[in-house]
Design a protein around this ligand. Structure first.
Ligand SMILES: NC(=O)c1ccc[n+]([C@@H]2O[C@H](COP(=O)([O-])OP(=O)(O)OC[C@H]3O[C@@H](n4cnc5c(N)ncnc54)[C@H](O)[C@@H]3O)[C@@H](O)[C@H]2O)c1
Length: 439
């Protein structure tokens, strides 16, 4: 099948590369011309495991191509919209890019088309866009809009796309739904992953799913706080809870909270939808508040245990991306924490296996925030280590080198270090919801 992707970012490029890998002929379009130029040469603009290989392999096999021409892009009947829908700063999704796409394609559609929204959008948006497009083509062609929300996780996006738990297809026209399901058939031969529903329900499934996962994180962070006051251990509590299959172990890790380009904005969007519809937001609102509190509590812990004149003290921060295996720093809690801490401390030395470049650019105007290329580079000039993102290379660190920290202090925002090792090296350790180690 011939497919067009509009918006070649994290979701669009993964979608395009994966559809081409399963034999479809895919054209990716983006408004950013330099991005398209680089992609034509096989240069992927961000880090996502295995994506570069997929892209290059399918460029060579001619299943995947890139174009800056909207006319070329619209020659295909299946058009996936994957543009960003960021928070507008007031808790509502900013639909400017999406509206621009609809305006750009509305007057240029020249055949029956199925427009598939992967972008996460407020409930009712797909319907509005379908009406707009149908009005514009004025009955000359059949235009159906389908809501097909995306659930991939950055860091394991290829695997998530190729082995989906579910493929949600929300539409008015069952014929078009079946055509879309057919595109996905190699990923669900028995069709058992497909779930067919209405446009509005599909949109709400996306928001409800992200908000539920975020709620699990906020819930365990709430329990972490009480666990600390009673000297209980949140890691044991998580495991004990998770043995009940109705609860499960996933998404119950205490720490700094959730970040990233999706959870915070999608939770805001759901709260906004609740306001508009005059329905009550108790749980979702509390999830958001608890997430803010989790970071505040962690910052307080750092300030409390870093004794003395902080202006003379420096910190090393490990993990800058919003989660491991990505260079994405959108709504990264590490970045939020650094933004607070750099005003209080002397130097902040920041290390990440992939996101250093993005963070360097983000903090380009701040003299005391320095990106280091080796995690131990400035360890003997630092008073404390703060772990913000649980990259695999941090789980078994070189404790001998860490014992060079001037104040022997480690703040573990993801509870990944081993307490026995810490004791052996006389390091003072503060995690989240777990007993501290003080030598
Ligand atoms: N990133 C994720 O993990 C993820 C997961 C599930 C769903 N989503 C949703 O998918 C959507 C895309 O997210 P993303 O992270 O891929 O965004 P992104 O910022 O990585 O990519 C968006 C792309 O759209 C392009 N674009 C913007 N306006 C355009 C226009 N008018 N015409 C053509 N291209 C245009 C941008 O240049 C950019 O390349 C969002 O709605 C997001 O909520 C994201």
């Amino acid at each position: 099948m011939n497919i067009t992707i509009i918006g070649t970012g994290y979701v669009g490029l993964v979608t395009g590369a994966c559809f081409s890998e399963i034999g479809h002929s895919v054209t990716c379009y983006d408004i950013d011309k330099s991005k398209i130029q680089n992609l034509k040469k096989g240069k992927v603009p961000f880090f996502e495991p295995n994506l570069k290989d997929f892209v290059n392999k399918n460029i060579i096999s001619k299943n995947l191509s890139f174009s800056s021409s909207i006319n070329t892009a619209l020659k295909n009947r299946f058009i996936f919209i994957c543009v960003d829908t960021p928070d507008d700063g007031k808790g509502k999704p900013n639909l400017t890019n999406l509206n621009n796409v609809i305006d750009a394609i509305a007057s240029k559609l020249s055949q029956d088309s199925i427009i598939i929204f992967k972008s996460t959008v407020p409930v009712g948006t797909n319907k509005i866009m379908q009406n707009r497009l149908r009005d514009k083509v004025n009955g000359k062609f059949n235009i159906d809009v389908i809501s097909n929300p995306e659930f991939l996780r950055e860091g394991s996006a290829i695997n998530d796309f190729m082995r989906p738990d579910r493929i949600i297809i929300g539409a008015d026209n069952p014929k078009s739904s079946r055509k879309l399901a057919n595109l996905y058939k190699p990923l669900s031969r028995k069709m058992d992953k497909m779930f067919f529903t209405s446009l509005n329900s599909a949109e709400l499934i996306k928001y409800a799913s992200n908000s539920f996962l975020a709620t699990k994180i906020s819930f365990i962070n709430e329990i972490a706080e009480i666990a600390e006051s009673f000297d209980a251990d949140i890691n044991d509590i998580r495991l004990g809870m998770g043995l009940d299959q109705r609860i499960g172990k996933d998404f119950l890790y205490a720490g700094l909270g959730y970040g990233g380009s999706c959870f915070p904005k999608d939770i805001n969007a759901l709260i906004n939808a609740q306001k508009i519809s005059k329905s009550t937001s108790l749980i979702v609102d509390a999830t958001k508040k608890r997430n803010t509190l989790a970071l505040e509590n962690f910052e307080k812990k750092i300030l409390k245990h870093c004794k003395g004149n902080k202006k003379k003290k420096s910190l090393t921060i490990w993990g800058l991306s919003f989660k491991p295996n990505t260079d994405d720093i959108r709504e990264s809690l590490a970045v939020k924490l650094i933004t607070k801490l750099h005003k209080k401390f002397c130097n902040i030395y920041c290390y990440d296996p992939e996101a250093g470049k993005n963070v360097k650019y983000f903090f380009r105007n701040y003299q005391n925030i320095k990106i280091i290329s080796n995690p131990y580079q400035n360890i003997s000039n630092s008073n404390a280590l703060v772990i913000c993102t649980e990259w695999k290379e941090f789980w078994n660190p070189n404790y001998e080198k860490l014992s060079m920290l001037k104040d022997n202090l480690i703040f573990d925002g993801r509870n990944i270090l081993d307490k026995d090792d810490l004791k052996k090296y006389k390091l003072n350790y503060y995690g989240v919801g777990t007993k501290s180690v003080e030598s």
